[in-house]
Design a protein. Structure first.
Length: 145
């Protein structure tokens, strides 16, 4: 279902990592799924949340980078901006403050794409990117007009 996928089944640069234990969750009319993805070399699965934002399917780590609140319970305050349920921090998923992962839907199964060369999950490529100003190694500020 992903329109932005850099791969097909024969591309050896990527492998598919199945998202297991998928459970649907609906919060304020927003459907999302929680699940696990076991990345190559990892000892156990990583908790993730999958959202459908307009026509895009994107996965993120399940826990807030600030205080580890469960982002499956976050609400969208605009199409790409999540509000953390614990401290109400807002994160625009397009800025890179929260890692996003490319998702493939094949035969009713969701997969993340793992880039073997970079040894990391393939970041989601949003249809519309947000300009970001870097203010240090960990601080990214959206420069919205």
């Amino acid at each position: 279902m992903s329109r932005n996928s850099p791969t097909d089944a024969t591309n050896s640069e990527f492998v598919f990592v199945e998202i297991t234990d998928l459970k649907p969750l609906k919060i304020l009319n927003s459907l999302r799924w929680t699940g696990k993805a076991k990345f190559p070399g990892a000892l156990r699965g990583r908790s993730i949340v999958v959202f459908q934002i307009q026509e895009e399917i994107v996965a993120i780590p399940a826990f807030c980078p600030h205080e580890q609140a469960n982002l499956a319970e976050a609400i969208f305050v605009s199409p790409y901006v999540l509000e953390c349920p614990l401290h109400h921090n807002r994160y625009d998923l397009r800025t890179g403050v929260i890692s996003t992962f490319e998702v493939e839907l094949r035969d009713d199964t969701m997969y993340l794409l793992w880039n073997k060369k970079k040894n990391e999950a393939q970041p989601h490529k949003f249809a519309f990117e947000v300009p970001v100003e870097l203010r240090g190694a960990q601080e990214r500020i959206a420069t919205l007009e």
